[in-house]
Design a protein around this ligand. Structure first.
Ligand code: PRP
Ligand code: URA
Length: 208
């Protein structure tokens, strides 16, 4: 199953706040972080563990710690930046790479303008972060780029998706697990998710 719909009541409640056009920039940003933390808990549910031991004040306890190299998170600039702290609050040692893309307003095709990735990215599990999966062009191009660097274990975490975006990722990258809090009805003629929450970047950074 590549699509994981995370519909925990806390996520549904918080998503209602994001959808509300009256929600302030400050609250919007805070809620994006909170939702990302909750979603990260689910998206990391099957991480491998390695057994060990630790001395407690009372005796020896068997332990399980995360095995192997830690994660890398890749926010798609700019709205994906709003999700980074939510992951780092749970996995503070994760590496952070950046991919800069914007959607051409006419063609809706992604245009890459920046990328800076951890050197050992090929050996890490990767979670791509972007609040919005609309046509899926930006996420698909980012995953193409990561695969070009040798990444093999890639997950995509978005707060809100359109059916078109989910289908695009499933077609282009059937190996990628997708985590979303909701899949909305459709895209409008401008490639916006309906009913959606508007322009996530503008709402996180207060640019409109
Ligand atoms: C938004 C969003 C995604 C992209 C989704 O970014 O954050 O990156 O659109 O659309 P797609 O699935 O059709 O590619 P935008 O291009 O508005 O850039 P911004 O984050 O800098 O505002
Ligand atoms: N990007 C956004 O920020 N919102 C949408 O609805 C679609 C793409």
């Amino acid at each position: 199953m590549s699509l994981h719909l995370l519909d925990h009541p806390l996520l549904q409640h918080k998503l209602s706040l994001l959808r509300d056009k009256e929600t302030s920039v400050k609250t919007f940003r805070e809620v994006v972080t909170e939702m990302t933390t909750l979603m990260c808990y689910e998206a990391t549910r099957d991480l491998a563990l390695e057994p060990g031991e630790v001395e407690t004040p009372v005796g020896i306890a068997k332990t399980n710690r995360l095995a192997g190299k830690k994660l890398a998170v890749i926010p798609i600039l700019r709205a994906g930046l709003g999700m980074v702290d939510g992951v780092l609050s749970l996995i503070p040692s994760a590496k952070v790479g950046h991919v800069g893309l914007y959607r051409d307003p006419e063609s809706l095709e992604p245009v890459e303008y920046y990328s800076k990735l951890p050197k050992d990215i090929a050996n890490r599990k990767v979670i791509v972060l972007d609040p919005m999966l609309a046509t899926g062009g930006s996420a698909s191009a980012t995953i193409d780029l990561l695969k070009g660097y040798g990444c093999q274990q890639i997950r995509l975490m978005c707060i809100l998706a359109a059916p078109e975006g989910v289908q695009r990722i499933q077609a282009d990258h059937p190996d990628v697990e997708i985590y979303v809090a909701a899949v909305d009805e459709k895209l409008n003629d401008h490639g916006y998710i309906v009913p959606g929450l508007g322009d996530a970047g503008d709402r996180i950074f207060g640019t409109k």
